[in-house]
Design a protein around this ligand. Structure first.
Ligand SMILES: *[C@@H]1O[C@H](CO)[C@@H](O)[C@H](O)[C@H]1NC(C)=O
Ligand SMILES: *[C@@H]1O[C@H](CO)[C@@H](O)[C@H](O)[C@H]1NC(C)=O
Ligand SMILES: *[C@@H]1O[C@H](CO)[C@@H](O)[C@H](O)[C@H]1NC(C)=O
Ligand SMILES: *[C@@H]1O[C@H](CO)[C@@H](O)[C@H](O)[C@H]1NC(C)=O
Ligand SMILES: *[C@@H]1O[C@H](CO)[C@@H](O)[C@H](O)[C@H]1NC(C)=O
Ligand SMILES: *[C@@H]1O[C@H](CO)[C@@H](O)[C@H](O)[C@H]1NC(C)=O
Ligand SMILES: *[C@@H]1O[C@H](CO)[C@@H](O)[C@H](O)[C@H]1NC(C)=O
Ligand SMILES: *[C@@H]1O[C@H](CO)[C@@H](O)[C@H](O)[C@H]1NC(C)=O
Ligand SMILES: *[C@@H]1O[C@H](CO)[C@@H](O)[C@H](O)[C@H]1NC(C)=O
Ligand SMILES: *[C@@H]1O[C@H](CO)[C@@H](O)[C@H](O)[C@H]1NC(C)=O
Ligand SMILES: *[C@@H]1O[C@H](CO)[C@@H](O)[C@H](O)[C@H]1NC(C)=O
Ligand SMILES: *[C@@H]1O[C@H](CO)[C@@H](O)[C@H](O)[C@H]1NC(C)=O
Length: 853
């Protein structure tokens, strides 16, 4: 099995390979121009891997889709996978709330376990004819939890993500008018220029807001409301400095189609193709068919010819043309270069600050407005960088107070969480006099009970001298060194904790708290770090650097997990929040729109617990599942939310409470890539002029205002349905005289002509009469009933693949002059997805086909 994948997964920096979304030479173009063409594989998957092995990782999305849909489907493997997930997700703490969400929840309800059942029914019914169709349905179900702790990296879908060649951002021209969507590069380049960027009006003929709303509902994962889903599509400096890609320009999960046509408000039209990024950095050896893809990505089997001395495939091997020395740029200790000049040079920066380095914290002293800024784009730190993070936080506080700055902005844009120790530590540096409440609880079900009984019983029996005592002190199933929130004392037994307490048609444990004043617990829970301010050895100093009303937390709604806990603690202490961005509407926005649970747990960790517990108690192990080693599909990572965060004496998980920011502002053309401007806008809206807040965005906060307004009604956004078995469009070719020919057949039979259907919609044998719309050169669409020849797939290869996707030297590869969409399908027509077919002939749709002359 792929041990390598597991070991090195945390070292990945995939986005770094794709920094500005510049497509590499396209696979198909290269194929004709190199000798490799002669040896080209018979299948699109084989071609792609060939190019990966020659250093390419960007492909046309439709090529990736053709490959994914050529990967076969094995119902038995898929059923074992569903069974494994069905057991794993018994531990997902929010199942009952997802099924029947309380008022204020902004996303649609989902019955998760029933969803698994429906997918299993589809497997059994033979509905899935390829692996993509199955995995896409499963990912849609996982995304419907809108829980960033729920994640699955497995199977064929883990091979690619989809990308627009251009990043986009949503900004208001002046902070008052509703935001519009722009190409990010236009915003970056426009300051000081005579021209103004023009906003995108439509994408693929659809109003830009409608198109992106659907795109976000489908592809944005793990956020609690459409504003946050929207912001996930957008590029910003806080994303750039993490070396990450937006969902729109690199991290989309589902095949978005082939064409990507922007029309701008100034009338300019730009046509592109969706791209796919091959995400697997590890060598696969020579995979040639969809079946090989299945073996590698779905079963985790390496081909016989796998060369184990190679660590990365050439597409991800360190690039010799750029310096391999990541510290060469870190001496600048600034995000200035990484953010196109958006971040000014900081006054304080964490050691090894750089996109490739471990440092993330910067501090800024804005003397003119008497405000300090502490930028925390993530809490994700490990090893010594945990200490360095805290050092930079403390230094920023020290410099800010020494300079008598009267207030502070804590910038949490893009902060997706990380190390909880840093949350406890950082909180205490601001509020040394407050013991923050971080209470949590989990689902009480039989499997959890067995694990807890065995592992807590085992640990209770150890003495402090046993090595295992500290090793297991923070194990999730050892409860007696954690605090009962109701009493403030350790739980005395697993059964005291287990409850079960009946709420919301489900059963839950009592509420637990970390015993942060215990060094034994801290060291076990926080990798040997002791958070600042909780123990006698590392006590807090007595004074607050700023009063709570002089602290504001800035987020873009994507604050998740550890960030959400930090926000909860800080707001409970009285700090304010301001959210930036969101959909082009007025009204409020939540500050922590990501996961607000207490702990993410992986299926791997759970399996270790189950196997350890089984080894400890032969009697009880009979009630633990014995088949956890069989996951069906090979899993790189599967995660779920083990514990809910709950407030004192509350039962509703924080995840399901509507918690608007105190104020919301828009990004603007002038502040998106100018952090000094943005922070000044934040300060003005927070402390000087509340009328700068977006209309109708204030007064909703409930955490410290009992008379707050009721949460807004959720938007009724439908997740667009996928129907991967039948493509939404197929591309055709024009021959040299401008006639339409089938682009999907083998070269020898390629010239087959598309003919109109008979009057009774009849066609020659094998062809199907379909109503298709043809895009003419004038831009107009005509509808015709045409006979489309079926495209056949064989076990040995894909004869649908047209070699005519290449263009000769004086014709433009990317020009696509006609797109045909199948608007009627019938169950038997069995259209295989069309291969990408670029039209090289500059003429288009002749009068014969009904286009205006
Ligand atoms: C999940 O497990 C439950 C029993 O815990 C079972 O009733 C259900 O059929 C299973 N669902 C699937 C899809 O296997
Ligand atoms: C199951 O298959 C049907 C078509 O028979 C499809 O419409 C539905 O979306 C599938 N269900 C799930 C949960 O994916
Ligand atoms: C229209 O606006 C777009 C986007 O800002 C820009 O790329 C294009 O050059 C503009 N076209 C004209 C004719 O100004
Ligand atoms: C395996 O990879 C190593 C390192 O790239 C190379 O030196 C060696 O020749 C390869 N072996 C085979 C059998 O391809
Ligand atoms: C990395 O860069 C620094 C600064 O330019 C230099 O001193 C150091 O020798 C380089 N290290 C390597 C391994 O090239
Ligand atoms: C970072 O490295 C790049 C490439 O070597 C160089 O162009 C740039 O000037 C460097 N920036 C700093 C701040 O050193
Ligand atoms: C506790 O330890 C004793 C002695 O080693 C052993 O007999 C007993 O089974 C242990 N109990 C548990 C719950 O592990
Ligand atoms: C409570 O648990 C802590 C570890 O978190 C431990 O140090 C302490 O001794 C326990 N207290 C009691 C009374 O058992
Ligand atoms: C909950 O309420 C009870 C009774 O008012 C109180 O004793 C307890 O400390 C409160 N807090 C928690 C966390 O249970
Ligand atoms: C195993 O579990 C059973 C039932 O909970 C318990 O009675 C027994 O003492 C346990 N045995 C050990 C060795 O812990
Ligand atoms: C509480 O909310 C109400 C209603 O929006 C508002 O009028 C009032 O100013 C708020 N009070 C505080 C202290 O924020
Ligand atoms: C293009 O297709 C039409 C219709 O089949 C045919 O009559 C014509 O000869 C073709 N032209 C070329 C150059 O192949």
């Amino acid at each position: 099995m792929l041990v390598l994948l597991l070991v090195a997964a945390s070292l990945l920096c995939l986005p770094c390979a794709f920094a500005h979304a510049v497509p590499r030479p396209l696979a198909r173009a290269a194929a004709t121009s190199t000798a490799a063409a002669a040896a080209a594989h018979q299948t699109i998957c084989g071609d792609i891997i060939d190019f990966v092995n020659n250093g390419f990782n960007i492909f046309y999305a439709s090529d990736a889709y053709d490959c994914l849909t050529s990967v076969p489907f094995d119902p038995a493997v898929a059923s074992r996978f569903i069974d494994y997930l069905n057991t794993t997700f018994l531990f997902q703490s929010t199942l009952a709330y997802l099924k029947n969400p309380p008022q204020g929840y902004q996303q649609p309800a989902v019955d998760f376990l029933q969803g698994l059942q429906l997918i299993q029914q589809n497997i059994t019914a033979g509905y899935y004819t390829n692996e993509y169709a199955f995995e896409a349905d499963l990912q849609i179900l996982l995304y419907a939890t809108h829980d960033a702790h729920v994640a699955l990296t497995a199977g064929a879908l883990s091979a690619f993500s989809f990308a627009s060649p251009f990043a986009i951002s949503s900004v208001s021209v002046d902070g008052k008018q509703l935001p519009k969507v722009y190409v990010t590069d236009d915003i970056i380049q426009s300051p000081g220029q005579a021209w103004q960027p023009s906003a995108i009006k439509s994408i693929n003929g659809e109003d830009v807001t409608e198109y992106l709303t659907k795109f976000a509902a489908l592809n944005s994962a793990g956020t609690l409301e459409p504003h946050a889903d929207w912001n996930q599509l957008m590029t910003s400096p806080a994303l750039d400095i993490q070396g990450s890609l937006s969902v729109f320009a690199g991290a989309a999960t589902f095949y978005p189609g082939d064409d990507l046509a922007f029309v701008f408000e100034n009338g300019t039209e730009l046509d592109y193709n969706w791209l796919a990024i091959y995400d697997n950095p590890y060598p696969t050896g020579p995979l040639t068919t969809g079946g090989d893809f299945y073996n590698y990505f779905v079963l985790g089997l390496l081909p016989a010819s796998y060369n184990e001395t190679e660590t990365f495939n050439p597409a991800y091997a360190p690039d010799s043309s750029t310096p391999q020395n990541s510290s060469s740029n870190s001496s600048s200790n600034s995000w200035y270069d990484d953010s196109d000049g958006a971040y000014p040079n900081p006054d304080i920066s964490q050691q090894d600050l750089s996109t490739a380095g471990s440092g993330v914290v910067t501090g800024y002293l804005l003397h003119d407005i008497s405000t300090a800024v502490l930028s925390l784009p993530t809490f994700q730190q490990s090893g010594w960088s945990v200490g360095n993070f805290s050092l930079a936080v403390q230094e920023t506080i020290n410099h800010g107070t020494a300079a008598n700055l009267s207030r502070i902005i804590i910038d949490l844009q893009q902060n997706a969480g990380g190390t909880v120790e840093l949350v406890f530590s950082t909180f205490r540096r601001f509020f040394p006099d407050i013991d923050p409440f971080a209470g949590s609880r989990r689902r009480s079900h039989e499997l959890a009970n067995v694990l807890g009984e065995i592992l807590t019983g085992y640990w209770d029996n150890l003495t402090t001298n046993d090595a295992e005592y500290s090793i297991y002190a923070a194990n999730e199933w050892v409860i007696t060194d954690r605090l009962n929130a109701a009493t403030g004392r350790n739980f005395t037994s697993w059964s005291e904790y287990f409850g079960p307490i009946a709420v919301q048609d489900d059963l839950f444990s009592l509420t637990e708290r970390y015993n942060t004043s215990s060094e034994i617990f801290d060291e076990a829970a926080f990798n040997d770090w002791i958070p600042y301010g909780y123990t006698a050895e590392n006590p807090a100093v007595a004074t607050r650097p700023w009063d709570p009303e002089n602290i504001v937390l800035l987020t873009d709604g994507l604050c998740s997990s550890a960030c959400a806990l930090f926000l909860e603690m800080m707001t409970q202490a009285g700090a304010r929040t301001i959210a930036v961005g969101g959909r082009p509407t007025t009204g409020p926005m939540q500050a922590a729109g990501g996961n607000r649970g207490a702990v993410v747990y992986s299926a791997d960790e759970l399996d270790n617990d189950i196997s350890f517990a089984s080894s400890l108690n032969q009697t009880n192990s009979a009630s633990l599942p014995q088949n956890r080693g069989d996951t069906g599909v090979f899993i790189t990572y599967a995660g779920f939310n083990l514990r809910d965060q709950v407030r004192p004496n509350d039962t509703t998980p924080l995840q399901f409470k509507y918690e608007a920011a105190d104020c919301r502002i828009y990004y603007t053309l002038s502040n998106l890539y100018n952090m000094s401007r943005l922070w000044r806008d934040v300060a003005s809206a927070t402390w000087n002029d509340p009328s700068l807040c977006v209309q109708g965005s204030t007064g909703y906060t409930s955490s410290h205002n009992t008379t707050a307004k009721a949460p807004p009604a959720p938007l009724a956004i439908q997740v667009p349905s996928l129907n991967p078995a039948i493509p939404d469009h197929v591309d055709f070719n024009l021959n040299a005289t401008g006639d339409l020919t089938d682009g999907r057949t083998t070269p020898s039979s390629r010239s087959s002509t598309i003919v109109p259907c008979g009057s009774d919609k009849s066609c020659q044998e094998g062809a199907i009469c379909s109503t298709i719309s043809i895009k003419c050169s004038t831009g107009s669409l005509v509808e015709r009933d045409l006979c489309l020849p079926p495209c056949r797939k064989t076990n040995t290869g894909d004869n649908c693949q047209g070699a005519n996707t290449f263009c000769n030297a004086n014709q433009q590869l990317k020009t696509k002059l006609a797109t045909i969409k199948i608007s009627s399908t019938n169950a038997n027509n069995a259209f295989s997805p069309g291969v990408w077919a670029g039209f090289c002939n500059p003429t288009v749709g002749t009068p014969a086909l009904g286009c205006p002359a």
